[in-house]
Every structure is written in C-alpha cells, then in structure tokens.
Design a protein around this ligand. Structure first.
Ligand SMILES: [Zn+2]
Length: 394
C-alpha cells in the first residue's frame, strides 16, 4: 500500500517468501520450499535475512507439535510486516476484525447498526470509525494495514473481489442500490478496500479454518433470513461470470408459486428462508420475534418449530440434489442462523439429498453444520485480505 515509508520495500525472491507466509500463516522452512519453489538453502538464507529485518520471527511451536519427533521449526511474519482488516456488514450489525499476518485475530468488535434502514453513507461512516477504533485498540494505524476486505449481504457486481464493485439493484439493501462501497470506504480510510458478498466470504472462512477444512470441493450455504450459497473448489471461490455461482436460494421449486423478490416464482427461499419460516410459524407461536428465537424453540423441543426446521431441511436437500449431481462435491457446509439447528435441520436434508441425487455422488459426501457461527463472514473477509498480497503490495 506504500503507506509505510519507514519499511524498506521487500523485492525479488524474499518477497515471494513474505507472500507465501502471508497466505499460509506460520510455516516450516520445508513448507516454504514447497510453496515458493526456491531451494532449501535459498529459503534458509532469506528467512535469516527477513528475521534480521524484523519481518519474520520463529513461531511458538506449541499447538503445532507433530506426533513424535522433535517440534517442527515454524517461522511467521511479525507485526512489523503489517495487519489485515476484515469487515462484516450484516443487516443489523457491523463486525470488524484485525488480524496479524501470522493468522491470529488480535482485535474484534461487533456493533449493532440498523444497516437496512440507514443509507450507505451513514453506515460507511460508522464502519470507518469502527475500523480506526479497532486498529487503535491493537496499537496499529491505517499505515499498518496491508489488506482490507468488507462483506455485504447483497450481490456486488464484478464480485471477484472488485475494488470498484457496485451494489446491484438490491431488495435486501434498497438504500444501497447503485452505491460503490469499496470506493466510499477508500475515501474514508485512505486504503484500497475490496468488497464481496457475505456468503462468498463465509464459504472461504469455513473452507480455510472451519467445517470445510480437508475438503477439496465445498458447497457452502448460508441459511438465514434469506438463502445464500457459494462454492469453493481447491481452495478458491468459484464465482461465475456475474458472481452468482452457488445461489440456490433462487432455484424455483414451483413455477406457479408465489412471486419472489428476485422476480421469479416459487423460489426455494420462499419455502425454506428464515423470513418464510417466521411467517409460517406466526399462528402456532406468535411470540417468536426472530429466526434466532425460532431455532432456539426448535432446539428446546417445540414441535411446530421442529417441523418447520425439518421441512426447510427437506426442501433445501431436494434442491441440493441438482447441485450435487452437477458438481460432485465432497462436503456441504451449512452456515447461517438456521444452520445452528444442527441435526434437526441437517438430518432431513441428508435424507432428501439421498433421494434426489445420484447415489454414488451422495456416498462420498458429508453434510455438516458450519463451525464458525456468526464469525464466518468476518473471518472470510480476513482470509480474503490475507490471500491478496499482490493487490495490496506497496
Ligand atoms: Zn427468488
């Protein structure tokens, strides 16, 4: 980003090493040889040079002990190398996390913000203030930031981590349609900011640090008020031409069904989205204020809520069948608030999937709840910021 004149630029092969460490987190010299294609002697020489410059330090091996043998000698980037910022702008909250380049979150704060009701200007003012406050809390400034990514609960055009992505005509954030949040944040923070869709970021986080670890081909579903989806293949997001790959919430189950906010009829979201479940439960349990309360009631044994959650699982499973036949993934990770219903949701989903997809495609497939909960999106923003070294190079 070029905001750190006191730090001499790292160029050439040592820079490859810095980028590999930024992407991988703490790593052994052997791993760095594999990641950079440099020889072992070259890696050792450059690591020594970077240690001397204060950019790299031996990592604490506790927690990284291999079974048997002596502890692997890990190295990691220091705070001198910078920090990254992840931002999750939800419908009713803004969450900001600051992480170091050793992949540790060193500061995180979530604030209630009525994002849907406020205009983009007011929300982005709040976001910028929150970023500065969180940086301050961990003893950093915007000069230390080497990557910053923000997630929005709505499609963003050119969603390939666009620096200039425009919020497309949005029924979720009507006050945001046509705005360019990345440019607005850049103006407020003086840093290039990438903006992406929240389901894409949740998918990235679960696949890197959560329930998708070890999977080669992950389908991620965010089951919340709406239904979002994303695909991660070999560690990278598959976005599609206009950024909507994996959006199964708007697959139509009934061409004569109710009209959906997307303009089509009978979409899955109208049957299994949190908004639909809340409308459906109103007669049986009018006291339930939101999706969280509905899921809690189901977990506590409320029969009507259990039935709604199970039926939602079945509907999602039927639609997933088509996606499983098409992509043949090895894992499906269910995130979002509805995902916290666990097996109440996932068991019927598995049964429906078994009846709607090719048996051999279902055989090697795990369907699991997400493990990162409400932090999935902000951690995905951190992961995206760590993955984009070239974009943020000074
Ligand atoms: Zn729709």
């Amino acid at each position: 980003m070029g905001n750190r004149p006191w730090l001499p630029a790292v160029t050439g092969p040592p820079r490859r090493l810095v980028q590999a460490l930024r992407l991988a987190g703490p790593a052994t010299r052997a791993q760095l040889v594999e990641l950079t294609g440099l020889s072992r002697a070259t890696v050792s020489g450059y690591v020594a040079e970077l240690v001397e410059r204060g950019l790299v330090t031996p990592a604490d091996p506790s927690g990284h002990l291999p079974t048997g043998g002596r502890p692997a000698s890990l190295v990691q980037l220091t705070r001198v190398a910078g920090v990254v910022v992840g931002i999750d702008i939800g419908r009713t909250h803004v969450r900001v996390a600051v992480a170091d380049l050793a992949h540790e979150v060193i500061g995180e704060h979530v604030a209630s913000v009525p994002v849907v009701d406020l205009g983009a200007d007011a929300v982005l003012d709040t976001v910028a203030a929150q970023v500065r406050a969180e940086l301050d809390r961990v003893g950093a400034t915007t000069d230390d930031v080497v990557g910053i990514v923000a997630g929005l609960p709505t499609p963003v055009s050119g969603a390939a981590g666009a620096l200039d992505g425009t919020v497309v005509k949005s029924n979720i954030l009507p006050n945001w349609s046509g705005t360019v949040p990345a440019a607005e944040l850049r103006e407020r923070l003086g840093l290039p900011v990438m903006v992406d869709n929240d389901a894409n970021l949740g998918a990235l986080a679960e696949s890197r640090w959560g329930a998708g670890v070890g999977s080669r081909s992950t389908v991620y579903l965010k089951l919340a008020t709406g239904i979002g989806g994303a695909l991660v293949l070999d560690g990278a997001l598959l976005r599609g031409v206009s950024g909507t790959a994996g959006e199964i919430g708007h697959v139509s189950l009934d061409p004569d069904g109710d009209l959906c906010r997307c303009g089509n009829r009978g979409c899955l979201e109208l049957k299994a989205g949190g908004g639909a479940l809340l409308r459906a439960v109103r007669t049986a349990a009018p006291h339930l204020a939101d999706l969280r309360a509905l899921v809690d009631a189901a977990v506590d044994g409320d029969q009507a809520c259990r039935r709604l959650v199970a039926d939602a699982g079945t509907s999602v499973g039927v639609v997933l069948g088509g996606l499983v036949n098409t992509l043949n993934p090895d894992r499906i990770v269910i995130g979002g608030e509805l995902g916290t219903a666990g097996d109440l949701l996932v068991d019927p989903m598995r049964r429906a999937l078994a009846q709607s997809a090719i048996p051999s495609a279902v055989e090697g497939l795990d369907v699991v709840p997400g493990s990162l909960g409400g932090r999935a999106e902000v951690l995905g923003a951190v992961a995206a910021a760590l993955s984009e070294p070239d974009r943020f190079a000074g």
